[in-house]
Design a protein around this ligand. Structure first.
Ligand SMILES: NC(=O)c1ccc[n+]([C@@H]2O[C@H](COP(=O)([O-])OP(=O)(O)OC[C@H]3O[C@@H](n4cnc5c(N)ncnc54)[C@H](O)[C@@H]3O)[C@@H](O)[C@H]2O)c1
Length: 280
């Protein structure tokens, strides 16, 4: 897919966290293709280098080693962009991990880790970039949450907790940032075809099939398509990206008929717990 987005990204500076894989890698590629100057940041710098190595412009992409749980390192990565280019125009707080399984099996270390990466990582990005954007009277902050940040589900408690927080942070900030000429967009997809779908299992939780089965989907969303939709949403200054369409419908039903959805979800979670225990 090759979009110009009305020239909105040409020559703009962008930081993408978790850029070494999945959605972040697709965002890095889409931004560079639209002419942006991108820092592709990841805790796995070799992965970020592979992503950057596959990019052929017209924008530039540079790999950066960055752990989003390290507030000072996030600040330094943002300050570097401002020192070199004069401004940070876009930040994509996208790095994240997944943990799924029965809540009583989660360790406190797992709870703290997912909060540190998925929530504090976003806070660190906002805290570092927002003041520069205020000074420049413009910019756009994009936070990757999840459909699990709009609709809660058993077996995803720690993940939902962090993603609901990211949606709340983003919506709250959006109403304040507009006064400074700054946009905020929160990204809420259901299952996207990335390595995260096969990670983070606690016990015999069947991550990929649980997430797909919750929406009766057979295929996860393509990350390149999502990245193009995110950039289109930024160009149009939309508050949310909720995909695919069946997720938007589910989210709507969740608000108008919460009891019906709750009964369906309870039955699904019960069935999934029984199936995963049978595999133990
Ligand atoms: N794939 C999905 O189904 C899906 C759905 C909804 C939301 N999301 C969200 O999208 C975001 C990106 O996930 P993805 O699906 O591309 O997964 P992914 O595993 O493909 O990519 C995540 C990247 O984040 C990096 N990362 C992990 N911890 C980090 C840290 N402390 N500092 C910096 N980088 C770190 C990883 O090295 C990896 O490259 C996450 O926030 C995830 O929760 C994913």
């Amino acid at each position: 897919m090759n979009h110009s987005y009305g020239g909105r990204f040409a020559g703009r500076t962008a930081l993408v966290t978790g850029g070494g894989s999945g959605i972040g890698a697709a965002l890095t590629g889409a931004l560079a293709a639209a002419g942006a100057d991108v820092r592709c940041a990841d805790i796995d710098v070799a992965a970020a280098e592979r992503v950057v190595g596959a990019i052929d412009g017209p924008g530039k992409a540079v790999a950066v080693a960055l752990d989003v749980t390290d507030a000072e390192a996030v600040r330094a990565a943002v300050d570097d962009i401002v020192a070199e280019s004069g401004s940070i125009d876009l930040i994509f707080n996208n790095a994240g991990i997944f943990i799924g399984g029965e809540t009583q099996l989660l360790t406190l270390e797992q709870w703290n880790r997912i909060i540190d990466i998925n929530l504090r990582g976003v806070v660190h990005g906002v805290h570092a970039a927002y003041p520069h954007m205020i000074a420049a009277r413009g910019g756009h902050i994009v936070n990757t949450a999840s459909a699990a940040g709009l609709m809660a589900s058993g077996l995803l408690t720690s993940y939902c907790a962090t993603k609901f927080a990211v949606v709340g942070l983003s919506d709250a900030l959006r109403s304040e940032a507009v006064g400074h000429g700054i946009g905020v967009t929160v990204v809420c997809p259901s299952a996207v075809e990335t390595p995260i779908l096969d990670s983070g299992k606690v016990g015999s939780f069947p991550g990929r099939s649980f997430l797909l089965g919750a929406e009766k989907s057979t295929r996860a969303y393509p990350p390149d398509r999502l990245a193009a939709e995110i950039l289109a949403a930024v160009a149009a200054n939309r508050s949310r990206v909720v995909v695919p369409r069946r997720t938007r419908i589910g989210w709507y039903l969740n608000r108008i008929a919460p009891r019906v959805i709750e009964r369906r979800l309870n039955a699904y979670v019960r069935e999934q717990v029984a199936a995963s225990r049978a595999n133990d």
